[in-house]
Ligand binder design. Structure first.
Ligand code: LLP
Length: 430
């Protein structure tokens, strides 16, 4: 029956639940490796770790020559922990083509104090999103290599909240400001060497050629000091199983064509980077939950599971669609499927996995299930664990990596004491 499964990554679901408990994010290493291999035509694959910053996932990226982007001091800290640096790697074992690219690039629209310290101490290159950052860099880290994150004047995304271009976007440097940035760069004593354009997450081909054209134009404005261009992230994945997969070869060809035009204009070679988050990890991960209540209410059928939007916020936040499957806990035959609403444990009505943008609750045809069965939310690897919270004082879920036919824990389930660790009761209230 459709949406009825028994295994994740070759391991029986019931055993995974027994060994690791629920809810648990379960990643499959070979899926991530397949996605990395698909992008190897790019000179540099830079993982947008905001999508999934678990140390084990970062270490796996590193093993395959993928470098990382960091958007906060915390993400820099993670990258340093697994051995990335701000310098180009000369690791001959790298297979991702990133041998001459810095291991970490800091991307942001501003510097906070923590980030300033990290950048200065570890000599990290910066992808700046505001002209102000260029001048500020000159005061605390002159000599830094800089790329300009350009807002080409338009954007695109799977939701209004993930569109990062256009005049209402807080991201990036407006495309007509490039010459001014070069002037500021000279004044500040930083080396502006690259251009970066990330116009949104979930982009499509119609938009892509427009972005490539905008990059070629921006490169003309920038002139001979340009050495690297970055296509940003945004490669979509088929969240609906009937959606077709993006043609990565065609995606590369469009960017490669733009790169070659720029090389012709400037008369020297240009390195082409891509910066995906979602594409590398989304499909590698299933969120394993357990059904704790099956009920009818007002004519609707509900499965309530032991994870809510504190664990996977994408449906509540963007109306994002995730495929859902059921696994029985006792191997019984299941004959019927019903239109079902799937919700979590939170004391909030928006805690529903089957909803569209704007909070419209929908149903999903799912196999008949009983309390104790398992419910799996697919494609949860990007912005799943990374966006989870302790809302309702619920613990962060465990994370497991399946490799070589077994599951290795890559994040323990949080403890209640850990949640309370930094809270203090003033003595007059104790
Ligand atoms: N580069 C930059 C500068 C970005 O801002 C982002 C995403 C990426 C790369 C990676 O984009 P990706 O390839 O993963 O689409 N929480 C939302 C997505 C927010 C993306 C923010 N920036 C979601 O769950 O869909």
């Amino acid at each position: 029956m459709k949406n009825l499964i028994t295994h994740i990554g070759g391991l029986p679901i019931e055993q995974l639940a027994r060994d690791f408990g629920t809810p648990t994010f379960i990643y499959e290493r070979d899926v991530i490796e397949k996605r990395i291999a698909e992008l190897k035509a790019f000179d540099v694959v830079r993982f947008a770790q905001k999508a999934c910053s678990n140390l084990a996932i970062l270490a796996l990226m590193k093993k395959h020559g993928v470098v990382v982007d960091a958007v906060s001091a915390g993400e820099i800290h993670r990258a340093l922990k697994v051995g990335f640096t701000g310098q180009a790697s000369s690791d001959p074992g790298s297979t991702g083509g990133a041998r001459h690219a810095p291991g970490i690039v800091f991307t942001a629209d501003l510097f906070d104090e923590d980030a300033r310290d990290m950048i200065r101490t570890h000599k990290l290159p910066v992808n700046v999103g505001s002209p102000d950052m260029i001048t500020q860099l000159g005061t605390f880290a002159p000599g830094t290599d800089v790329t300009l994150r350009i807002n080409p004047g338009f954007g695109h995304g799977h939701s209004r909240k993930t569109n990062t271009g256009g005049s209402y976007s807080k991201h990036g440097i407006w495309h007509t400001e490039i010459e001014e940035c070069l002037r500021l760069g000279k004044e500040a004593g930083v080396n502006i060497i690259g251009l970066h354009m990330h116009i949104g997450s979930g982009s499509d081909f119609q938009h892509l050629s427009t972005v490539c054209d905008a990059m070629v134009k921006a490169a003309k404005r920038m002139g001979p000091q340009l050495k690297v261009i970055s296509a940003g992230g945004g490669l979509p994945i088929p969240y609906h199983k009937e959606q077709s997969r993006i043609d990565v070869g065609a995606y590369f060809s469009l960017w490669d064509k733009a790169r070659k035009m720029i090389e012709r204009d400037l008369g020297h070679s240009i390195s082409l980077e891509v910066e995906p988050g979602r594409y590398l990890v989304a499909e590698s991960c299933s969120l394993l939950t357990q059904i704790r209540s099956v009920k009818s209410s007002g004519g609707n059928r509900f499965y309530l599971v032991d994870a809510g939007f504190e664990t996977l916020v994408r449906p509540s936040m963007y109306g994002a669609y995730h495929e859902i499957s059921i696994a029985t806990h006792d191997g019984r035959a299941v004959g019927n499927a019903f239109d079902t609403i799937v919700g979590g444990p939170l004391c909030e009505s928006g805690d529903v996995f089957t909803q569209e943008e704007g909070g419209v609750v929908t149903t999903r045809k799912l196999p008949e299930a009983v309390v104790g069965d398992f419910l799996i939310l697919h494609d949860a690897g990007a912005y799943g664990s990374a966006m989870s919270s302790n809302y309702n004082t619920r613990r962060l879920a465990a994370e497991v990596l399946i490799q070589q036919g077994r599951g290795d824990i890559i994040r323990e389930r949080q403890t209640f004491e850990h949640i309370l660790h930094f809270e203090r009761i003033p003595s007059n209230l104790a």
